[in-house]
Design a protein around this ligand. Structure first.
Ligand SMILES: *Cc1c(COP(=O)(O)O)cnc(C)c1O
Length: 385
């Protein structure tokens, strides 16, 4: 097996690949077999079966993802939510308590809100940008702290250095959802995070044609989560493994192009008379621009903005968009736009959205790989309407 090279671009293509290549095939074929011949050993380790996450298509991805995140081990899952729920359920037991950032991916929010109680788990929200307020929320059974690299949809940035320092000081497992940044822009393991989560449905696959997830980090934690995943059953199918493997190879060129496109569109929107505010960490007007410059290698392909005339104007704006596609999800080759109040955050109550600063007129933009000039012309036309 080929292990890590010095640079990410090379690792995307070569890390974890089988040597020698199987039948000389340049690309790892799809092993469409649920079960495998048993070598005769007594050990359970010897069984190979798709749900055990140990087919050749899984193993290559595990090694590659671990190398990409500078971590010890990795596990792919059937969705981002499978990675998140499996990680939390492998770290927490009945009676345990979790500290979790207040502005979260909608699915993660509803998982802790609606499912924790019946499993005997509890949580408190924390303001990721106010580390001085975390200590008062600690409980004797607090076991973990959970944040997102960049929050959805406001692109806020928690004090990530403080998160891992706090976790070390209080013996907590630190978890981070790194979906929005991708391993091209941010390496949480280098900052001391124990478990890194991804919805691979987004940037890692990058083509809006697969749902998959990953859980990456310290070997002992990944191993525990892998046993939990076998029981919960959130396994990625070999065909989806193949598509994800193929998508990952172009991650660096895609994300860097999206970084550049998003920065130029954020600047354009910030100077547009119809726009009230733009949320993008690459703009000096972002409240944590300085920290973002220090933490990240790029500011990402996601931004959100608010129109001066609120929700009605936002609806009209989306009606006029022609090139961009009005659809949830993100991180693909095509530009996607949504109104989070009606998509990713519709399960939150209107008060909860207001408290988090997600207005009904907020628009989220996932910048694709089209020419930024064409995307800008589309936005400009729709804003003028
Ligand atoms: C999409 C997303 C998820 C959930 O991923 P699925 O693959 O849809 O299950 C989790 N976190 C973030 C930040 C996401 O954008």
């Amino acid at each position: 097996m080929t292990d890590g090279y010095k640079n990410l671009e090379t690792n995307l293509i070569h890390a974890g690949e089988r040597t020698p290549r199987i039948e000389g095939a340049v690309n790892l074929p799809i092993f469409q077999s649920s079960t495998y011949e048993y070598s005769g050993d007594d050990s359970e380790q010897d069984l190979r079966y798709i749900r055990l996450n140990n087919t050749p298509n899984h193993l290559v991805l595990h090694r590659k993802l671990a190398v990409l995140e500078n971590a010890e081990d990795a596990l792919v899952t059937s969705s981002g939510m499978a990675a998140i729920s499996t990680a939390l359920l492998s770290v927490l037991e009945a009676g345990d308590h979790l500290l979790i950032q207040d502005c979260l991916y909608g699915g993660t929010h509803t998982f802790i809100r609606d499912d924790f109680k019946s499993m005997g788990l509890s949580f408190d929200f924390i303001d990721g940008q106010a580390p001085e307020t975390w200590k008062e929320k600690l409980k004797p059974r607090t076991k973990a702290i959970y944040v997102e690299a960049l929050t959805n949809p406001l692109l806020q940035i928690a004090d990530h250095t403080a998160v891992t320092a706090f976790a070390r000081e209080h013996g907590l497992v630190s978890l981070i959802d790194n979906t929005f940044a991708s391993p091209v822009n941010f390496h949480p393991a280098d900052r001391g995070f124990d478990i890194i989560l991804h919805s691979c449905s987004k940037y890692l696959n990058g083509h809006s044609d697969v749902v998959a997830g990953a859980l990456i980090g310290k070997a002992e934690l990944v191993e525990k989560a892998a046993l939990k995943l076998i029981r919960l059953g959130g396994t990625l199918d070999p065909h989806a493994c193949f598509l994800l493997h193929r998508g990952i190879k172009t991650l660096a060129v895609r994300v860097r192009h999206q970084n550049a496109g998003a920065l130029s569109l954020a600047r354009f929107l910030e100077n547009h008379p119809a726009v009230k505010q733009v949320n993008y960490p690459g703009l000096p007007s972002h409240s944590r621009h300085k920290e973002a410059t220090e933490l990240f290698d790029g500011f990402g392909g996601m931004l959100s903005f608010e129109l001066k005339d609120g929700a009605e104007k936002a609806k009209r704006f989306l009606d006029k968009i022609q090139l961009g596609i009005i659809a949830p999800s993100l991180g693909g080759v095509e530009t996607l736009l949504t109104r989070p109040a009606t998509t990713s955050h519709h399960t939150l109550s209107p008060e909860a959205r207001r408290r988090l600063g997600i207005s009904d007129g907020l628009i989220r933009l996932s910048v694709g790989l089209e020419s930024a000039e064409d995307i800008q012309a589309d936005l400009d036309h729709a804003l003028g309407a």
